[in-house]
Write a protein that binds this ligand. Structure first.
Ligand SMILES: [Zn+2]
Ligand SMILES: [Zn+2]
Ligand SMILES: [Zn+2]
Length: 446
């Protein structure tokens, strides 16, 4: 399977069983549960269903392959063209489905193998790994690492000494389907998300939902000292109150190697806060929900890169949220703080510079209108769409361009016709005589 998949088309994860012996029936049952969920893929006339490999078709562009190899059950999410096009909410949903299924099945086999108390639900223990295709001259294999170790820097160094790009693997957990709030049946974050270390964006979204007093309690529960909080309070007294809260939780993340969503969840619960705040933190945002502000938000516009003049217009509306904007766009904290120093007390310049760097640096997040609109919604600036006509500005720019093209074509046609007419006029005798006759007639009347 590793030979067929390349790093360009697939993201990989695996369930690794800890015990020496896994009941073989367990893995078959897992494969069987797949077939009930999705259609088996037909490839060149044959069904992709074998004793240790199964491929199902999720939709026109996405397939999932499952391969059993020793103590690992390996899952590939494959896009027909490129991982970049994998729908992120689909990746998260598939992972949740599969992890829940394998959890249930291993619970069932744990009961069968006669663990002491049937009332205490036990699970045949398994760990979750992420994988990357590792290609060398002669072979290609998969390098696995515990998913918790997913470096926030986006790279992983494997035992073959290669440095793998792992940014795309966050598709497995980071974008839950967008929704205003959790369903009553929502169990909270699932296992993979809980074991992950929150990104800066996640911390920003979390603290935005918590008032400063409660946030102070939370960071004390997380083990950051009151002293640190008060120092930060002094340092950030003139900034957006969300900045202080963010920096305090960031401090915790930077000082603790085992920082994770589950630690945050514990702290929230100890402070009587709803843990479903964390569900929202990991949700995709759907600007379509704010249709009233975004009447011109078509799929054609979404993929465009906003021009510098559009970004300058947007910068006018950001105000004191420059740190918030920078974090959400994916800029490095050090870089944002450097910009804040460079343009001290000049908020407009800070915001312009942050937007400019985002547009320039293709590594952070794709500089598209879609990502920009999502960011503005997330930092609470969706109302600006109503006042600033920035979307109509973008489509207006397009229309002008289209009109210019038509104008040029029109002029070319007109000129060509003129030339054609004048050629016809001077070279054909008929035209020439007609001309002369006209001249004569006119003379006659004169
Ligand atoms: Zn490798
Ligand atoms: Zn929830
Ligand atoms: Zn404006």
């Amino acid at each position: 399977m590793a030979n067929k998949c390349s790093a360009q088309t697939a993201i990989i994860m695996a369930y690794r069983f800890v015990e020496e012996v896994i009941p073989p029936a367990l893995t078959y049952r897992f494969l069987a549960s797949f077939v009930t969920m999705w259609e088996v893929k037909i490839y060149k006339g044959s069904r992709m269903l074998f004793s240790n490999l199964l491929v199902v078709e999720i939709d026109k562009n996405h397939d999932v392959a499952v391969e059993v190899e020793g103590k690992r059950v390996i899952v590939f999410l494959i896009h027909t063209e490129n991982v970049e096009h994998i729908v992120p909410t689909l990746g998260s949903a598939i992972q949740e489905c599969l992890t829940a299924a394998i959890h249930r099945i291993s619970e069932f086999y744990s009961l069968l193998s006669g663990h002491e108390d049937a009332n205490v639900k036990q699970v045949i223990p398994f760990e979750i790994d992420f994988g990357v295709v590792c290609k060398s001259w002669f072979s290609s294999s998969i390098c696995f690492f515990p998913h918790k170790d997913m470096a926030t820097a986006g790279r992983f160094k494997c035992q073959n000494g290669k440095s793998h790009e792992v940014k795309h693997l966050s598709i497995w957990f980071a974008e839950k389907v967008s929704s205003e709030k959790c369903e009553d049946t929502c169990p909270g974050l699932e296992r993979v998300a809980l074991e992950q270390c929150p990104l800066n964006q996640h911390i920003r979204r979390l603290v935005a939902e918590i008032d400063p007093y409660k946030c102070r309690n939370i960071i004390v529960h997380l083990g950051v000292t009151i002293n640190t909080w008060e120092n930060l309070e002094y340092q950030f007294q003139h900034q957006n109150p969300d900045d202080l809260k963010f920096m305090a939780v960031l401090k915790w993340k930077e000082e603790n190697k085992d920082a994770s969503f589950s630690k945050l969840q514990e702290a929230l619960e100890e402070c009587d806060l709803n843990r479903h705040i964390l569900c929202q933190v990991l949700r995709d945002i759907d600007p379509e929900m704010h249709k009233e502000y975004l009447d011109k938000y078509s799929s054609k516009i979404r993929e465009k890169t906003p021009s510098i003049s559009v970004l300058r217009c947007i910068a006018n509306h950001i105000g004191e949220s420059s740190l918030q904007l920078g974090i959400e766009l994916g800029l490095d904290i050090v870089e944002i703080q450097h910009i804040q120093c460079q343009f001290k007390d000049k908020l407009l310049d800070q915001n312009r510079e942050i937007l400019r760097r985002w547009k320039q640096n293709k590594n952070i997040s794709k500089p598209t209108v879609e990502n920009l609109v999502k960011t503005l919604c997330r930092i609470g600036k969706k109302k600006m769409f109503r006042w600033s006509s920035f979307l109509s500005y973008i489509s207006y720019n397009n229309k002008i361009r289209v009109n210019v093209v038509w104008l040029v074509i029109f002029l070319i046609i007109v000129r060509a016709q003129k030339r054609f007419l004048s050629i016809g006029f001077s070279s054909t005798p008929v035209g020439y005589y007609a001309y002369l006759r006209n001249q004569n007639n006119r003379k006659g009347y004169a």
